[in-house]
Design a protein around this ligand. Structure first.
Ligand SMILES: [Zn+2]
Length: 326
């Protein structure tokens, strides 16, 4: 269905070999390396050392974008971890634990930094508070490049222990498969570029970032408009007003129009549809509420698939709304 090959200046990328219809599960992978919410830099390296040689080699082959800022941060993390480990070694010696830990050579510190760079450049934030893992690297999914207007989305399925990537649009053969590395807040180009540069060390040149084209300028204007609406709504709240459901609904609808206009159709959009359903219900517009919830469910079916608990949750919401008609 796909192939991994050179993607110009971006290094390797993943490309559709055939037409991929929206909703197709393109990848379903277990993490190669993962950390839980309570783990940090030291645990990444410890987990890496436990991997079989073949997987360690695979990991080190992934690209790492090193910015000056992140490189300093990595050194600090590694040095701190090394200090912690040395203290542990001293305690181990005092208490007669002869198994101890081997002294850390300069080489292993270098390898540790390389791993942290690879991890931070390729990891995905699993994000959800329920997930047992916080960040992870996946062997093939990590090859997917970024786009601010992606054609695929990855969501973690905690029970399966897998990160599933689905096509959020119909994708023509030969097209590159992309994911959004940033959380989608409808941010303008300057904000996105600065986050990508500091976090991943590159600037994006996707269609939404090309402001020489009408398509890019139009999207940028819609993003500004959505944020103006959000600011006005937030201002209303901070001025002591409770914020009417109508104003909240209009703000959400502005973002929905933005995402749909940009072709962004993942969880960010379905969540908004479900939110709009709730608000419409509160305003007594049952038919509109049901339409919104059904639309949200349709998007979830495509970006999560029917085996995901969040999809099942959406089914229950729609059924609940339908019951209110009887
Ligand atoms: Zn972009």
């Amino acid at each position: 269905m796909y192939e991994i090959r050179q993607a110009g200046t971006k290094g390797l990328g993943v490309f559709a070999k055939v037409f991929i219809p929206r909703g197709t599960r393109i990848f379903s992978e277990r993490p190669l390396l993962a950390i839980r919410p309570d783990q940090g830099a030291g645990d990444i390296y410890a987990a890496f050392r436990l991997l079989p040689l073949e997987q360690r080699t695979k990991l080190l082959q992934l690209s790492s974008h090193i910015t000056k800022e992140s490189s300093v941060a990595r050194w600090t993390q590694v040095i701190w971890w090394t200090v912690k480990r040395s203290v542990f070694d001293v305690y181990a010696r005092i208490w007669g634990n002869h198994r101890g830990m081997p002294a850390r050579s300069k080489h292993s510190i270098k390898e540790h930094i390389a791993i942290l760079n690879v991890f931070r450049s390729n990891c995905f934030d699993i994000g959800s508070s329920q997930a047992s893992i916080q960040q992870a690297i996946f062997p093939r999914i990590s090859r997917m490049n970024h786009s601010c207007v992606p054609n695929a989305q990855g969501n973690f399925h905690d029970e399966m222990g897998r990160f599933n990537v689905h096509a959020t649009r119909d994708i023509k053969a030969g097209k590159e498969l992309t994911l959004n590395y940033l959380p989608e807040h409808g941010a303008v180009k300057a904000t996105r570029q600065s986050r990508l540069l500091s976090g991943y060390g590159f600037l994006c040149d996707c269609p939404a970032c090309d402001l020489t084209l009408l398509r890019g300028r139009d999207g940028e204007e819609k993003r500004l408009q959505a944020h103006r609406k959000l600011s006005a709504y937030a201002e209303g709240l901070s001025n002591g007003g409770l914020g009417s459901a109508e104003a909240e609904l209009q703000t959400i609808e502005e973002f929905m129009r933005l995402f749909e206009g940009e072709g962004i159709a993942g969880r960010e959009l379905s969540t908004m549809y479900f939110e709009a359903a709730k608000l419409n219900m509160g305003l007594g517009r049952r038919e509109e509420a049901l339409r919104c919830a059904e639309k949200g469910l349709e998007i979830d079916r495509d970006c999560l698939s029917t085996d995901h608990p969040l999809y099942q949750h959406g089914v229950a919401t729609v059924q609940e709304l339908k019951k209110s008609f009887t």
